[in-house]
Design a protein around this ligand. Structure first.
Ligand code: MRU
Length: 414
């Protein structure tokens, strides 16, 4: 249990069986109870992983987008003979990747950075173009980690000695190429010995706090307590929260910030209780094409996230007879267990083990649901935005513009 034990969520490596350059992704939709690693050798595989939230978190999505472009360039362009055709197809692929989820700007940023680089180097031959794009995706992953470490240092300076910090969702190593943004601040403060503890919101409905942040903090040896989202007000009133730190999915030029649903409520509570509310995010999350948060598209998600609970696990057969039965049931592929009342359960044979995935209904059938994945916190509720280029404070229009100068934040989409 140490900060050096925190998980890495995605990396580029050769697939051991096919020998193809591939993107490896820890399947976050099943963490922490099943630790599958997905191997994608085509860009559509990464797009599917993004849509299914196997990879998630704005900075991780930016790097995943870049790696998806690099995969396409290396593994899927053998039929292309000229650079013009390569660039025209690249434009389509980049647009498709950027459209896989709407709210985190990093997806578009990652795809656009790769697209722009290729167009600026249109004089290269195809082999050099492919090498260039792979190298760029790897650079973006390394840059993301160093940006997060800098955000960690700058953010930790803002915290008092013995700080009790509350965080929402997961803005940790899993949400980035490595180290994390809001959790990067928490890890750094913990290493400096100035952190008393962390309150982790469970983060309904996908439970990124309970599943992912709790898992990461435990691995890192950071003391924390898990709470339900609705407990924040009462612990603030009790005087047990010195600061709230969250990540971000998209920050408009005036500082309005889209982040996981529930973030806005925390910011309002902070104002009421005189608690600083910090956003920690790299400049790749700043969208200077939007003057304010009204233009941020908020993803609406599957109603089943609200009407029920998903779970994953591994079956441990207790006898040879059970193994024989499970083998027979899963021989042809996943066995859909016939469960009454709309619950869903699949058992899949994986190597020598049997994985169980399911969804349990908690609301009555047929209820209407509204399930936005994000909300927008108006800049007026934000104490500071911690970027790798400095801590932006109100007026954010000027301070964010200066933090983003020369950083490659999105100004204009091609
Ligand atoms: O839907 P997700 O899990 O991709 O959303 C991620 C978030 O909203 C997180 O809160 C995070 O702060 C932004 S990514 C560091």
């Amino acid at each position: 249990m140490a900060i050096s034990d925190i998980p890495q969520t995605l990396w580029w490596a050769e697939d051991e069986t096919t020998g193809l350059p591939s993107v490896y992704l820890v399947d976050q939709s099943r963490l922490p109870l099943a630790g599958d690693v997905l191997v994608c050798s085509v860009y559509a595989g990464v797009c599917r992983a993004i849509a299914g939230m196997a990879v998630r978190g704005a900075p991780a999505l930016g790097v995943a987008a870049a790696m998806a472009v690099a995969l396409w360039a290396t593994n899927e362009t053998a039929d292309i003979t000229g650079v013009d055709e390569f660039l025209a197809r690249l434009d389509e692929v980049a647009a498709e990747i950027a459209a896989t989820r709407p709210t985190a700007v990093n997806l578009a940023w990652g795809a656009e950075r790769m697209r722009g680089l290729a167009h600026r180097n249109s004089f290269l031959d195809l082999a050099s173009m492919r090498d260039l794009l792979v190298a760029e995706a790897l650079t973006m992953a390394a840059e993301d980690e160093s940006r997060n470490r800098r955000i960690g240092e700058l953010g930790a300076e803002l915290l008092p000695e013995g700080a009790q910090v509350l965080t929402h969702c997961n803005a940790g190593s899993l949400a980035t190429a490595y180290f994390g943004t809001a959790l990067g601040v928490i890890f750094t403060a913990h290493e400096q010995g100035k952190l008393a503890g962390v309150w982790v919101d469970e983060t309904r409905p996908v439970l990124q706090g309970a599943r992912l942040t709790a898992w990461e903090l435990r691995m890192a040896g950071v003391p924390f307590r898990l709470i339900t989202d609705s407990m924040a007000a009462s612990i603030m009133r009790a005087g047990w929260v010195d600061a709230v730190i969250v990540g971000a999915d998209r920050i408009a030029a005036n500082g309005d910030t889209a982040n996981k649903i529930g973030t806005y409520g925390l910011a309002v509570l902070c104002k009421e209780h005189g608690i600083p509310f910090y956003v920690a995010a790299p400049t790749s999350t700043v969208d200077l094409t939007l003057s304010d948060g009204d233009g941020i598209v908020i993803e609406e998600r599957d109603p089943r996230e609200v009407t029920g609970i998903s779970f994953s696990g591994v079956i441990e057969p207790a006898s040879a007879a059970e193994i024989t039965a499970l083998d027979a049931l899963t021989r042809e592929g996943p066995w859909e267990v016939p469960v009454a009342r709309g619950h869903v359960m699949d058992i899949t044979r994986k190597g020598g083990a049997y994985q169980i995935d399911g969804w349990v209904r908690v609301a009555p059938p047929g209820v209407e649901v509204f399930n936005p994945g994000f909300d927008v916190t108006p800049a007026a509720y934000i104490t500071a935005i911690i970027t790798e280029n400095g801590v932006a404070k109100p007026d954010f229009v000027a301070s964010l513009a200066s933090a983003c100068e020369g950083s490659g934040a999105i100004h204009e989409l091609g």
